[in-house]
Design a protein around this ligand. Structure first.
Ligand code: DOR
Ligand code: ZN
Length: 347
């Protein structure tokens, strides 16, 4: 039985760090285990221009505690007014590694996102020319589309048409939650498509959120789906297929904002993601696939080297206790609790 696992230091290909006091509090939680992360731009106001990204990058580095190393990989928030030349300059400077598409209204701070997908054609064409990936929040937003169907409908009505009309565009389907998305990636033959999978979507199905009482800390977007979809995600993550890689979507909100009559979407998994993943991969008898998923496939997609440093996970004899909350100046943030014992620890 494997009781110790040494991996290249992992990266997080989808992370929310926020700003100000929250950034200060959550950044060490990611920097402790992860070398790099793709930083989501859904601040208020969003990170739209290359200048915004440079300023946010500087604020992240300023918030990094002494002695920790961490490389923020910046993204731009795509709007209908995004300037293709600014995007190209941001890419050429090396600062920006992807552009994020939020359909307007899909999730937290997405109000400035895209309503009319025709209006972003010039930017997408430029991105295809220069090889800059598009990260998609893959949900349609129409009121009449059931929330559990919004990812599948997005693939059919938005993503597939965009990809067909923009050959060469590299796309990361972010935080996929359905068998439909897993299949769409697997059946693709372009070599230009990848998908991130979160830790919590490997653990939760919709019953976990709703059966036996509502669990606000399990509510995120896209919302967890039926069990068959969770199993498809587990199969994809542990398959060794390099197109699936870790993006935690760790998304801190204070407890008052989660535990409200209109609670925010997001699971805060940065502090314990690697132990949780070791548990999941061990359950799937696929511990040997964890390095690919968390450490190698993401860098390969983004054309970056695998980290030279390492991270070791050790299996303990008794359950490992993680902090229930972290303290921030904005209020407490609850750490994701999987609801079962975890024996793996970063050592
Ligand atoms: O659950 C989520 N939280 N999903 C998102 O797409 C956004 C994120 C956030 O920013 O809180
Ligand atoms: Zn996210």
């Amino acid at each position: 039985m494997t009781s110790q696992l040494t991996l290249p230091r992992p990266d997080d290909w989808h992370l929310h760090l926020r700003d100000g006091a929250m950034l200060q509090a959550v950044l060490p939680e990611s920097a402790r285990d992860f070398a790099r992360a793709i930083i989501m731009p859904n601040l208020v106001p969003p990170v739209v221009t290359s200048a915004d990204a440079a300023a946010y990058h500087a604020r992240i580095l300023a918030a990094l505690p002494e002695g920790m190393t961490f490389e923020p990989l910046m993204t731009l928030y795509l709007t209908e007014d995004t300037d293709p030349d600014d995007v190209a300059a941001a890419h050429a400077s090396g600062l920006v590694k992807a552009v994020k598409l939020y359909p307007a209204g899909a999730t937290t701070n997405s109000a400035s996102g895209v309503r009319n997908f025709d209006r972003i054609r010039p930017v997408l064409e430029r991105m295809a020319d220069i090889g800059l990936p598009l990260c998609t929040h893959g949900e349609v937003t129409e009121d009449h589309i059931d929330i559990f169907d919004r990812e599948a409908v997005f693939i059919d009505r938005v993503l597939d048409p965009i990809r067909k009309s923009t050959p060469g565009l590299r796309v990361v389907m972010e935080h996929i939650t359905t068998r439909n998305a897993v299949d769409y990636v697997r059946e693709d033959s372009s070599g230009q498509l990848g998908a991130t999978i979160t830790t919590h979507h490997l653990i939760l199905n919709r019953n976990h959120i709703l059966a036996g009482g509502i669990k606000p800390h399990y509510y995120c977007l896209p919302v967890a789906k039926r069990e068959e979809h969770r199993l498809a995600l587990r199969a994809a993550a542990t398959s060794g297929d390099p197109r699936y890689f870790l993006g935690t979507d760790s998304a801190p909100h204070t407890d008052p904002n989660k535990l409200s009559s209109c609670g925010c979407a997001g699971c805060f998994t940065a502090p314990n993601t690697m132990p949780l993943l070791a548990h999941v991969f061990e359950e799937e008898q696929a511990l040997d696939a964890l390095a690919g998923f968390a450490c190698e496939n993401g860098p390969a997609f983004y054309g970056l080297p695998v980290n030279r440093e390492t991270l070791t996970l050790t299996k303990q004899d008794s359950p490992v206790r993680f902090p229930e909350q972290i303290v921030t100046e904005d209020g407490p943030v609850t750490v994701f609790d999987p609801g079962f014992d975890i024996f793996w620890k970063v050592t």
